[in-house]
Design a protein around this ligand. Sequence first.
Ligand code: ZN
Length: 247
Amino acid sequence: MLADLERLIRLQQTDLAAEAARRRIADHPTLVQSLDARLASATEALDTAKAGAAANQAARRAIEKDLATVQGRLTKFKDQLMDVKTNKEYTAMLKEIGAAQNEVRRFEDLILERMLEHDELAAAQKAAEARLASDKAVIAAERTQIEEETARLEREVEETVSARARLVVELSAAVLAIYETVREKRGTAVVEIKSGYCSACHVRMRPQAANELRRNDIIFQCESCRRILYFPPQAPTPADSADGAVL
Ligand SMILES: [Zn+2]
């Protein structure tokens, strides 16, 4: 194979590897952001659960205070019951006592409701705490992984930069110029011939051209897409052989 053709193949591998590594590095901030968002959401869920439990406690204390007030009133009524002079007063006092007792029952029911609600809220808070703890561990591990990958990819990019520099020095300027022009336009500049076709644009080579290139000893551009073509250096596939027979 022509030395420059071989260098072009390596140059393209280097460029594609650099591009893939850079793309992957560029994705990392988004990945880190999604980890941050996940942590924020777990933290928020715990805050909400804690706020719910606190509100429940506050509500219960307020009801207990109301209950104590009514119970105080009830005790006072019961004491006063001994001192009433008339039936009318007695009946009125009993009515007051009955109303206060109803209120006591109502407050006791409300407290019971709050207690049941408290059990649910406490379970929810515990679940939120567990989720936050496990998310924190997973997120920390993933963050480390991303940091390690970033460092590895940055080393890879550095390596491709020096590999490229070495290849560029060895390549003839005219061949390099073709490569750069086509690569800028097409993304890839060097492609295999498969079964007599350009494997990128799928246009068939003229049999004459295919024959000229068979030994990969010239720089030959696809007549359609202008990419530099070569025959894969491995043993020809049955399709290639059949093709060769036709040519
Ligand atoms: Zn082509």
